[in-house]
Ligand binder design. Structure first.
Ligand SMILES: Cc1cc2nc3c(=O)[nH]c(=O)nc-3n(C[C@H](O)[C@H](O)[C@H](O)COP(=O)(O)O)c2cc1C
Length: 225
């Protein structure tokens, strides 16, 4: 039996991403988000229009998407309710946020240099995706400019860094889903993925058939350096 309901949030479960960006004084900011999906070497992130991260991405046109595994959940939780914005935006004051200039220090995470962008990678995360800003789409703009609270940002992945612990033994260009344990957020709570539940017909499609021009340019960028 289904009942009509009116939940305040519709966060049905998505992976956590730590977005590394550069502030205007060249220090780093790091922010957990979980509104994200990937298509080819592009992705969309959903993010508060007035967050420090959005400000930094729109100014620098780049960021790094660092994907934590379940092992980094403590560090991710230490980043919750923190903002790089000073003063703290009114909406976040209401939710109990505080300003933190040193998010890496506060979380106990280690910034390492990226290879294409200036934004930081997170050493402890098994996946680092260096990315360029491509486009912005405001949410709810049709109801009036003043109502825009969130935006989606299209990002193009420029280079992929994978920790060897999640890579297939046979193929260094394949993430082994049995080894990759993404940290998931569902209705503001942290979860991991369970074991595989069924063989997958879709998995009969060779992964190479999903390669695009973006995939090839990331490969070419990798070969230059
Ligand atoms: C697990 C988790 C997931 C989050 N997901 C999102 C999200 O998808 N989009 C968003 O705008 N904020 C999300 N937040 C809140 C941001 O972290 C928050 O807006 C933070 O202030 C951003 O940092 P910044 O202001 O320094 O950019 C999430 C927070 C946590 C802890």
């Amino acid at each position: 039996m289904h009942h009509i309901s009116n939940p305040s949030i519709l966060y049905f479960g998505t992976p956590v991403v730590l977005v590394g960006t550069t502030n205007d004084d060249d220090t780093f900011n790091l922010a957990p988000i979980s509104s994200v999906f990937w298509l080819g070497y592009r992705c969309m992130i959903g993010i508060a229009a007035h967050s420090k991260t959005t400000e930094n991405i729109l100014r620098t046109k780049e960021c790094v998407l660092n994907l934590p595994s379940v092992d980094q959940v403590g560090a991710v939780d230490r980043l919750a309710l923190l903002t790089g914005s000073n003063p703290v935006p009114a909406g976040k004051v209401l939710k109990g946020y505080e300003h933190e200039a040193d998010k890496f220090g506060r979380a106990g995470l280690t910034p390492i240099a990226s290879t294409i962008v200036k934004a930081p990678r997170v050493l402890e995360c098994p996946v680092h995706l260096e990315a360029a800003f491509v486009a912005i789409h405001p949410f709810a703009a049709e109801t009036g400019i003043g109502n825009i609270r969130s935006v989606t940002l299209e990002l193009k992945i420029l280079r992929v860094h994978l920790d060897e612990s999640i890579v297939s033994d046979e193929n260094p260009n394949h993430v082994d889903p049995d080894k990759w344990r993404p940290l998931m957020m569902s209705f503001q709570q942290f979860y991991g993925l369970g074991a595989q539940v069924h063989p997958s017909k879709l998995a009969s499609v060779p992964e190479q058939l999903y390669r695009t021009n973006d995939t090839e340019s990331a490969l070419a960028a990798g070969m230059v350096s």
